[in-house]
Ligand binder design. Structure first.
Ligand code: DAH
Length: 340
């Protein structure tokens, strides 16, 4: 029996020696000291021995048991320390390494310029309002003095939802909606998305943005329109901005005009930016047609008004000399990060 324990001890020492990680050590503990272990077997056998032998062997077995326990425990600590050591070595943080700058978003150029435009008009006492993109034909065309057979409809290729409902081709229907509310005087700016069934190219997109302006009050004149837009142009393009008004035609304004700004690149000489014209078209405007006022329940004998419409993309393209409209919608960070 003495010999049995001695051999058992030798084998146990070898097992502990070989166990290289925490899992192997736990397995060794179960194998060597568990209920089914050889040592437990030996201890169970002792009942058959006489008292003297039992005492001696019992003491030896207990001693072996506690020796193995100590060895296992010590080895476990050593292995855990080694594991920690290795992790510390591998996961070391280099506090001198340069930091990685967090990626931050920025304003889209269309938004940046829209904010500027809004600020200019809010500063002049205008209210900013919003309107639906799915619109009645009546508001988008009919009540703006563009009946079914009017040629102006051909220039605004329309996405129809039903016979009477469409995706608005312009923000002008908000003139009608605002006037129909019946609250006077009116001084509003309406930015928003508009839709036309155009093929995509450098200057066309089926979705783009317009900004509508509408003023209705007693005694509003063409002079007010010109003065307001001159102020707008100077705030937007600088104090030395020079503008001119050219007669034009829109069915819902009479008289109608287009405002050009003197090319800020060549100062009227003519260059590639202004396509040799010396002037760049900025917006359409005019005095609200009496028919439109009357149709919205406003007496044209008492009230008058003026309206403006501009394309946001065009304004931004001019401001930053961008020659392809598609850049606005492709979300290429190389383009977008240049504005912030
Ligand atoms: N709605 C016109 C367009 O899309 C632009 C426009 C011109 C709006 C003159 C106006 C205006 O309010 O007075 O072509």
């Amino acid at each position: 029996m003495n010999e049995t324990l001695r051999q058992l001890r030798q084998r146990a020492l070898a097992v502990i020696e070989q166990a290289g990680d925490l899992a192997a050590l736990e397995q060794a503990r179960i194998d060597l000291l568990g209920k089914k272990s050889e040592l437990s077997g030996v201890m169970k056998q002792m009942g058959k021995l006489d008292a003297q032998q039992r005492r001696e062997l019992g003491a030896m077995a207990n001693e072996l048991r506690s020796e193995l326990e100590t060895l296992l425990e010590d080895k476990k600590k050593a292995v855990a320390a080694a594991v920690l050591e290795q992790r510390l070595r591998e996961e070391r943080i280099d506090v001198t390494a340069p930091g990685r700058a967090p990626e931050t978003g920025g304003q889209h150029p269309l938004h940046l310029v829209l904010d500027e435009i809004k600020e200019i008009f809010v500063g002049m006492g205008y209210e900013i309002v919003d309107g639906p993109e799915v619109e009645y034909d009546r508001y988008n065309f009919e009540m703006l003095n563009i009946p079914r057979d009017h040629p102006a409809r051909d220039t605004q290729d329309t996405f129809y939802v039903t016979d009477n409902i469409l995706l608005r081709t312009q923000t002008s229907p908000m003139q009608v909606r605002t006037m129909l509310k019946g609250k006077l005087p009116i001084r509003v700016i309406v930015p928003g998305r508009v839709y036309r069934s155009d093929a995509v190219d450098a200057t066309h997109s089926p979705v783009f943005h317009q900004i509508e302006g509408l003023v209705v009050d007693k005694g509003v004149t063409l002079g007010d329109l010109k003065a307001t837009l001159e102020v707008f142009a100077r705030r937007m393009y600088g104090d030395d901005a020079v503008v001119r008004f050219r007669p034009s035609h829109f069915p819902f304004t009479e008289p109608s005009a287009e405002m050009d700004i003197m090319c800020f690149h060549c100062h009227g000489e003519g260059c590639p930016l202004c396509k040799g014209e010396g002037w760049i078209e900025i917006l359409g405007c005019g005095m609200v047609h009496p028919k439109v006022l009357a149709g919205c329940g406003i007496d044209p004998e008492v009230y008058s008004g003026w309206a403006l419409g501009m394309g946001l993309e065009r304004v931004v393209m001019r401001k930053y000399q961008i020659d392809d409209l598609r850049l606005f919608y492709e979300n290429d960070l190389r383009f977008l990060t240049q504005f912030n």
